[in-house]
Design a protein around this ligand. Structure first.
Ligand SMILES: Nc1nc2c(ncn2[C@@H]2O[C@H](COP(=O)(O)OP(=O)(O)OP(=O)(O)O)[C@@H](O)[C@H]2O)c(=O)[nH]1
Ligand SMILES: [Mg+2]
Length: 294
């Protein structure tokens, strides 16, 4: 048997979380079309006959660190490069930016094997263009391997998993067979609510919100959960709640549906929206909301 840790890094929005979910066959990390969705390191475990891979999804490494939250997110991602067996650097096939360049710089001097995952190949209209694009990317570093794939369509995932297993050390599984994520239940619930929130909000507002679980009670087949959506200003609270509470109700319903399916239990979910001014730039608030680099 082989087993080991693989961290998944890259700039925001390239599809790291989509990839980790596809690899472990279950949703362990939330996804949205807006950059900077993931804020923590998220573990997802792939179990196979030949062994186990523990993936570490990370926040997208980004350039502009306007608030303390940005620094914490970048630190969480950068810290995941070390003490793993393989690093996966995820990029988009057709879009290379200054932030990809920044990720590449962070990898300089690293002796751990770095594999390049070229994602979103489903967007390529002309397959003839694939090879030249891959050649261009491969010139950027001496990558251990390069795998083009589509995380969303699930194409060529096996090619990637084979590359990983060939590089993992021999050893017993790190986690029990039924464990899919290393993150706890309260965290997962908060993340599912945050996903619905991000998807329902526009422009910059998602960056000013976070979700905290205030109370979590298990009563037979029912989980009773009280959650708080924190925003930074009164005006934002109005938007989150919506006309007559309609927006908040929609977020709650969508989150409850997902959670009932994921946990196979009845969920009673109550969500409040509260203001904590400037929380995203306040180290004390970040600590309280569990937003620390580890
Ligand atoms: N067309 C296409 N879209 C994809 C693919 N993989 C991911 N996406 C989309 O890309 C967007 C970002 O996906 P995420 O998985 O949240 O990206 P991420 O790298 O985790 O982003 P951050 O957490 O913000 O760093 C979402 O809208 C996904 O649906 C793919 O293979 N093809
Ligand atoms: Mg993500």
């Amino acid at each position: 048997m082989r087993s080991g840790m693989v961290s998944v890094i890259g700039r925001p929005n390239v599809g790291k979380s989509t990839l980790v979910n596809a690899l472990v066959g279950q949703k362990v990390s939330i996804v949205s079309h807006k950059p900077q969705t993931t804020r923590h390191r998220i573990q997802g475990v792939l179990h196979e006959e030949r062994g186990q891979v523990v993936f570490v999804d990370t926040p997208g490494l980004h350039k502009v660190e306007t608030r303390a939250l940005n620094k914490v997110m970048n630190q969480a991602a950068a810290g995941a490069i070390h003490d793993v067996d393989v690093v996966l650097f995820v990029v988009e096939l057709t879009r290379w930016t200054e932030e990809d360049e920044g990720v590449l710089r962070r990898l300089e001097g690293l002796t751990t094997p770095v594999g390049l995952v070229v994602n979103k190949i489903d967007r390529l209209d002309d397959k003839e263009k694939l090879l030249p694009l891959l050649q261009k990317l491969s010139a950027r570093r001496d990558f251990a391997f390069i795998v083009p794939l589509s995380a969303q369509k699930g194409s060529n995932l096996k090619g990637l998993v084979d590359e990983l297993f060939s590089r993992l050390p021999e050893g017993d599984p790190l986690y029990p067979e039924d464990m899919v994520t290393g993150n706890d239940l309260g965290f997962t619930v908060a993340e599912v609510i945050r996903e619905k929130l991000i998807r329902s909000l526009h422009q910059e507002l998602p960056y000013s919100t976070t979700v905290e679980i205030e109370d979590y009670k298990r009563e037979g087949n029912l989980d009773r959960i009280h959650a708080v959506i924190w925003v930074e200003r009164e005006g934002q609270k109005k938007i989150v709640i919506g006309e007559g509470g309609a927006a908040l109700k929609q977020i709650g319903t969508a989150a409850r549906r997902d959670l009932e399916r994921m946990l196979d239990r009845k969920i009673f979910l109550q969500i409040w929206c509260k203001v904590r001014e400037n929380w995203s730039d306040d180290p004390k608030a970040l600590k309280r909301f569990g937003l620390t680099p580890d």
